[in-house]
Design a binder for this molecule. Structure first.
Ligand code: ADP
Ligand code: MG
Length: 700
């Protein structure tokens, strides 16, 4: 392992600002900076100069290829490598890379999901450089972060709508800041720090589990005698092998300029977390994708496998990704941080209200932005926030809002009425705003933590919806305030109204309880969509289409295609699971049960040869029990297969996904329970799969 000091190699594989400043002429540097900071158009000669400098830098670092690195809707990243080489007339080669190659690529995109956006005769897709995210070198390849769109200009990736949503929020936030007399701010952006959870198991164990290989999660497995009950793993001592992995991982991430910061054990055995320091949302999104890739790669160097699935093990906590989100100005002010002057406070409260309104009005969009087959196993399972979206503000901030709403004195020291824009907000203790782990959307002092994301998800979708919904609140506010005769009066009124209209979304209690589910739905009228088939079709609800298209985040066609792709992914994922489950059952588990019962039966005969009168109670009972289970398993597998066959008759992805929800999932679960019971009785030697205990405690 390298012993060089961290600052020497941090970002050494990134074509970042430091590199650009040193290798580009002042003129080119200033002009690319303008493109990065303000979205100014990139001139051809500038692109050529940047490309040349990028190539020299990359070749010097050993790169031989370049790729436009993008994030299609499959949720992973895609790349197609081209080498730099160009033939020279004398038979040798030179390393070439033009501005045109930097700016635009043209991958044959026919096998990426498009949800009907692109006819097959027009299979071309375009990738376009996103200069706001730095290029980097990975595996001797210069990777250029790009957006990916169709010939007709429709977005085929997650990056394009994310950038559009950031722009929408920027536009509306600037209008609000102007109303508060702030003309110096040029740009408002959102930042995200995603906390990434994962499991580590040994490669040896992984290789013996076809379910993990094909589906990312175990489809069978009886609970180990010791799981996470003792809670001795959380923040516990990190095992040497895991420590080596984390150190190596940090180094790789640091070279790529990713600010990996905290690493610790999580609640479940073999579960860990890695959190980087927050960055602008588009960069955080790119870096999180890259991080997940590197996590897997580094694991394989250590004889380990990094599991990013939301629920690799039943009965043990799954993995999520907390999306810490805030809004800041280019002048370095966090707009979700309570300020020190009356005006700053009023502004803070307005942005806070914008988020409250956004989360309430677009609960469904936030819910569906995190919906996948994998995450459905977590949400609402008493280990992750419920599928119902609500917000936690903490007691003090809630009391302040209540006082504003009712026009009553706030119960703070001075028992003051709060007059916005005139009074300073009473100081509240930030510590009390944290630590409600059951809330899907919690205010944590100067940022919100959206906790419903699944560990394998791209963070793009959640942030697209969040940014857009908040942009919509801000737009409504700005429309009204710009027309107001008395700004302060109007502001106070609007904040009051928001609290009154949207307080149903605020909930500081325990989100894991049955009572909350009842109260949320029956009393407060919040929506509860437990599964992906329940929530995804709401993407096309009229109010959602209207909002997202009005801010130009998606076109209507893009939304239709996305809904279809998401549901299609869901159905494919579950069908793969069904087939894997059937295969493991028929080719591994049933034969094992047979082998073991045959062994027992032979044993009974042998014993009786010794003594006719032996009762053989134990062996006989086992043979009966296991034969019964084998028959039931066989029967259930037939039923599951028939139900899966019937899916072919579904006319579209919406009905197929509902069919899965209603007729497949419970059969899979029943099948699993029977097999898990059998596992408890069959000898360890005969059982063909490593047990949960062996998997979860495999890393020493
Ligand atoms: P924890 O949630 O474990 O208490 P922290 O709150 O310190 O930890 O940080 C969690 C994540 O939130 C980190 O990735 C951190 O960089 C990020 N974070 C901190 N401040 C902000 C902010 N203003 N905007 C977005 N993310 C932030
Ligand atoms: Mg946190």
């Amino acid at each position: 392992m390298e012993t060089r000091k961290v600052p020497e190699y941090f970002g050494s594989m990134v074509f970042d600002d430091r590199v650009m400043r040193s290798v580009l002429s002042d003129k080119v540097y200033n002009s690319i900076r303008k493109t990065i900071d303000e979205g100014a158009k990139l001139e051809k000669d500038v692109a050529d100069s940047v490309a040349k400098a990028m190539r020299d830098w990359a070749v010097e670092k050993g790169a031989t290829h370049f790729t436009h690195w993008f994030q299609p809707e499959t949720g992973v990243t895609a790349e197609k490598h081209d080498s730099f080489i160009e033939p020279s007339p004398d038979g040798s080669v030179i390393m070439e890379f033009s501005g045109k190659e930097l700016i635009q690529g043209e991958p044959d995109a026919s096998s990426f999901p498009t949800g009907g956006l692109r006819a097959t005769f027009e299979a071309r897709g375009y990738t376009a450089w996103d200069p706001t995210s730095y290029a980097f070198i990975k595996d001797k390849t210069l990777c250029i972060p790009t957006a990916f769109c169709s010939y007709g200009g429709e977005a085929l990736d997650k990056k394009t709508p994310l950038l559009r949503s950031m722009e929408a929020l920027n536009k509306q936030a600037l209008r609000i800041l102007k109303l508060f007399g702030n003309d110096t701010v040029k740009y408002v952006h959102t930042s995200v720090g995603p906390e990434q959870e994962y499991f580590l198991i040994t490669k040896e164990m992984y290789d013996k589990r076809p379910d993990l290989k094909y589906t990312g999660r175990t489809l069978f497995g009886s609970k180990p005698p010791k799981g996470q009950e003792m809670e001795d793993h959380y923040f516990g001592v990190i095992k040497p092998k895991v420590k080596e992995y984390m150190d190596d991982l940090d180094q790789e991430l640091w070279k790529l300029g990713i600010l990996a910061k905290t690493e610790h054990n999580e609640v479940a055995p073999a579960q860990h977390e890695l959190a980087p320091i927050y960055a602008k949302t588009n960069i955080a999104t790119d870096q999180n994708q890259l991080m997940m890739e590197i996590m897997k790669k580094v694991a394989s160097r250590h004889g380990l496998v990094c599991l990013l699935h939301e629920k690799p093990f039943a009965g043990v906590n799954g993995s999520g990704k907390h999306n810490n989100w805030s809004i800041s100005t280019d002048t370095g002010v966090n707009l979700l941080s309570p300020g020190e002057t009356p005006y700053e406070n009023a502004q803070f409260l307005l942005f806070l209200c914008a988020v409250i309104k956004a989360v309430d009005d677009y609960q469904d969009l936030l819910r569906l932005s995190v919906a996948t087959a994998g995450n459905d196993h977590r949400l609402g399972a008493n280990e992750a926030p419920p599928a119902i979206i609500s917000m936690f503000l903490g007691d003090e901030l809630s009391a302040i809002l209540e006082a504003i709403e009712n026009g009553t004195p706030y119960n703070g020291k001075e028992k003051n009425m709060i007059k916005l824009g005139v009074d300073v907000l009473p100081a509240f203790d930030r510590d009390t705003t944290d630590r409600n782990r059951t809330s899907p959307f919690a205010f944590t002092g100067n940022k919100f933590e959206f906790r419903s994301l699944g560990s394998s998800n791209s963070i793009a979708c959640a942030n697209i919806m969040l940014n857009s919904a908040v942009a919509e609140s801000l737009k409504i506010y700005a429309d009204r305030l710009e027309q107001a005769d008395d700004f302060k009066e109007a502001l106070q009124e609007m904040i009051k109204k928001t609290i009154k209209d949207h307080k149903r979304i605020l909930f500081n209690g325990n989100g894991y309880t049955e009572e909350w589910v009842k109260e949320a739905v029956k009393v407060r009228g919040l929506s509860n969509y437990p599964t992906t088939p329940d929530c995804m079709p709401h993407l096309l609800d009229e109010k959602n289409v209207r909002m997202l298209t009005s801010h130009k985040v998606f076109s209507e066609k893009e939304l239709q295609s996305r809904c279809e792709i998401m549901l299609d992914n869901y159905c494919k994922q579950v069908r793969i699971e069904v087939n894997t489950q059937l295969q493991i059952l028929r080719r591994m588990i049933l034969p094992a049960i047979e082998e073991y019962t045959a062994e027992l039966s032979a044993g009974i005969l042998k014993k009786k040869e010794v003594n006719q009168n032996l009762s053989c109670t134990y062996d006989t009972a086992m043979v009966n029990k296991l034969s019964g289970l084998a028959d039931d398993l066989y029967q259930k597998a037939e039923e599951l297969e028939q139900a899966e066959d019937k899916l072919k008759e579904s006319p579209d992805a919406v009905s197929e996904s509902k069919e899965i929800r209603d007729n497949i999932l419970s059969k899979m679960q029943e099948l699993r329970e029977m097999a898990d019971e059998a596992e408890n009785y069959v000898s360890k030697e005969c059982w063909p799969l490593p047990s949960y205990g062996e998997l979860l405690f495999s890393v020493k």
